[in-house]
Each structure stands twice: as structure tokens, then as C-alpha cells.
Design a protein around this ligand. Structure first.
Ligand code: NAI
Ligand code: MG
Length: 325
């Protein structure tokens, strides 16, 4: 039967940009069955639950989920949603688009971030008043899974891999991560190098064009991908995917943008690019590429929403993208 896509607009501009992305998905064809579901501040105010059981179950059983953003309840929504789809990889393409004012116009890279362990595994405690500890968890299985995803991704696109780590200091944990990534990389015909994550932060600022696919432990990926986002200026342009073996969750990197919510001027590009990733995840590579090209062409030609210096509305941009499709 048709693939089941769960659509969760959420709060704020999520309600404005997610419907635009759904229109784009409908325009490119595959015979999807869409189900709309609630999550976020508004539904919490009504029901007491930021992520209703029904929404969680829908995402856990869908082929893919497209999520907008949640406000104050973001963490209560996103973390369980990522778990609901069993995602082990957080994939964040960061690209400078012609026609936008990027700080580093040569930027075109993809972070493949381990999404389940490291310092975010949740083992934090206060062992005495004023004394706290954190246990960092790195397993060979999760390291292998993320490395394999990164090398497959690079092999498919003919690009190269950089393995980010800090194994000179965290010898045991990042040592395992690095050794595992090296072993996996040796199975692929893909160029790879290794970078200490602190030095990598500096090189990303100076020469982002030298990087393609960057495979990272959890915390490093969180920080480095936000740093790179700053190089292309504009949260309205950044998509992401949380990928599991059987399902996945796609979301723009941005939040609910309370400063512009309700005005109809949010940039729908990030969520449309997330929709392109959703199409590719489900195997509709041509449709995904058509969406990416239409968004890229619209960014180049305009119309532009105010975040990119224009005065167009969300629906002006959506119409322009639909026309290009
Ligand atoms: P934000 O991403 O909502 O906004 C930061 C700035 O970027 C604002 O000036 C906003 O107008 C602009 N912006 C973001 N997306 C845009 C778009 N598509 N078009 C045009 N301009 C855009 O981040 P902020 O302000 O830190 O958080 C606001 C709320 O969103 C908070 O309640 C936070 O918890 C939530 N949040 C939710 C996330 C999620 O659900 N994944 C992620 C980040 C924040
Ligand atoms: Mg982050």
C-alpha cells in the first residue's frame, strides 16, 4: 500500500511552514497517505501532554514523519519522537545557497552525528553537594552503525569522509569510536581523514569547502553542526533527518520563531529541504532531487522572505517553488 507519512506541524511557524512542505510533497507525486498529528505547547495546554500517546504511536508506526517545531516543550517532544523512530543517525546537510548572504559561500557539507549515546546517554548525577559527574557511553555497535551510515552516504554521493574525534584525550571512549570508524572505513572505496574536533571547529570556520561528510560523536556533532550553520547564515535554510533502520523523522533545524510567528512570513525552505530528505529516505531519489532543485532555484531567483532580505510571504515562496516543480 501507500507509504504512511505522519505530519506534525507543532507550534508557531511550524503551523505555517509544514503545510507548505506538505503541498510540495503532494505535488511531486508518490501516493502517500498523510496523517496529521499534534505535539507541542498548544496541545500540552489543552491536554497536559506535549507529546500525546496517539502522536507518538503514529510516528512509531509511520514510514516517515515530518515535524515542524515545538516551543517551550521542544525537548519533551523531540527526544521521545527521535526514540519513537529508533533513530541512530542525525543527518544535517549545511550548504550555502547562491542568492543568499552566506558568510562562507563555499560551504557544502553534511554532518552525520551519532544520535543515541556519548555524553547525552543520560548518566549524570550529583554525587555530593556541589560535586557532579557524567558518564560518557561509547559502544562499538553504535560507533559501527554511525560510521557505516556515514561511509555509505559518502560512497553513494562520491564524496569523502572526515572522522571527528578527541581520542588523544578521551583515549578509551573516542579511541573505540575512532578505531571502529577506521575499521568500517577500510571496507569502502571512499577517501577518509581524521580530525581532532577542536581543530576541526577552527578549520570549518576558515575552510569549510574542504569538508564533505563529517562523522561525529553525539556532542561534537551537536556543536560543530551549529557552528557550520552559522557559516551559511539562516536557520530558515537548514534541514535535518533523524534516521533509523525502519523509520525516520525529518525536521527543520529551526524552532517556532515566536518573533515572526503568525505573520505568514516564515521561510519554508528548511522544511521543504527536510521533505526532500524524506523523499530520498523512502527511495524517491528523483522526486527528492526535484524538490531540492526547485527550492535552490527559488533561493537563487527569489522571491525571498524577510530573513533573506526580501518582503515575500511564506505563500509567495511556496507558489514559486510549486511553479518550478
Ligand atoms: P528559532 O529557531 O525559533 O528562532 C531563532 C531566530 O531565527 C528568530 O529570529 C527567528 O525569527 C529566526 N528563524 C527561525 N526559523 C526561521 C524561518 N523558517 N524563517 C525565518 N526566520 C526564522 O529559535 P529560538 O528563538 O531559540 O527558539 C524559539 C522557540 O523554539 C523556543 O521555545 C525553543 O524551545 C523552540 N525550539 C524548538 C526546536 C524544535 O522544535 N526542534 C528547535 C529550536 C528551538
Ligand atoms: Mg543542537
Amino acid at each position: 500500500g501507500p507509504e504512511r507519512i505522519v505530519v506534525i506541524p507543532g507550534d508557531g511557524i511550524g503551523k505555517e511552514v509544514v503545510p507548505a512542505a506538505r503541498e510540495v510533497l503532494e505535488a511531486v507525486g508518490p501516493d502517500f497517505e498523510f496523517e496529521e498529528a499534534d505535539a507541542g505547547d498548544a496541545v500540552k495546554a489543552e491536554t497536559g501532554e506535549a507529546l500525546p500517546e496517539e502522536t507518538r504511536d503514529l510516528a512509531a508506526n509511520a514510514d516517515a514523519t515530518l515535524f515542524g517545531a515545538a516551543g517551550e516543550t521542544a525537548a519533551d517532544v523531540i527526544i521521545p519522537l527521535r526514540r519513537a523512530v529508533d533513530s541512530f543517525a542525525n543527518v544535517r546537510p549545511v550548504r550555502a545557497y547562491p542568492g543568499t548572504d552566506a558568510l562562507q559561500p563555499g560551504t557544502d557539507l553534511v554532518f552525520v552525528r551519532e544520535n543515541t549515546e556519548g555524553v547525552y546517554a543520560g548518566h549524570e548525577s550529583e554525587i555530593a553537594p556541589g560535586v557532579t559527574t557524567l558518564t560518557r557511553v561509547v559502544t562499538e555497535s553504535a560507533s559501527e552503525e554511525i560510521a557505516r551510515y556515514g561511509f555509505e552516504y559518502a560512497a553513494e554521493r562520491g564524496s569523502r569522509v572526515t572522522i571527528a574525534h578527541k581520542a588523544n584525550v578521551m583515549r578509551t571512549t573516542d579511541g573505540l569510536f575512532l578505531d571502529t570508524a577506521r575499521r568500517v572505513g577500510a571496507e569502502y572505496d571512499v577517501d577518509a581523514d581524521e580530525a581532532l574536533m577542536d581543530a576541526l571547529a577552527m578549520h570549518l570556520v576558515q575552510r569549510p569547502e574542504e569538508y564533505d561528510v563529517v562523522v561525529c560523536p553525539n556532542l561534537a556533532g551537536d556543536v560543530l553542526s551549529d557552528l557550520a550553520a552559522g557559516l551559511v547564515g539562516g536557520l530558515g535554510l537548514l534541514p535535518s533527518a533523524n534516521v533509523g533502520d525502519e523509520r525516520a523523522l525529518f525536521e527543520p533545524v529551526h524552532g517556532t520563531a515566536p518573533d515572526i510567528a503568525g505573520q505568514g512570513v516564515a521561510n519554508p525552505s528548511a522544511v521543504m529541504l527536510s521533505a526532500a530528505m524524506l523523499l530520498e529516505y523512502l527511495g524517491y531519489d528523483d522526486a527528492g532531487e526535484r524538490v531540492r532543485s526547485a527550492v535552490t532555484a527559488t533561493l537563487e531567483s527569489g522571491p525571498h522572505t524577510p530573513d533573506l532580505g526580501g518582503d515575500a510571504t511564506t505563500s509567495d515562496v511556496t507558489e514559486a517553488v510549486l511553479a518550478k516543480l
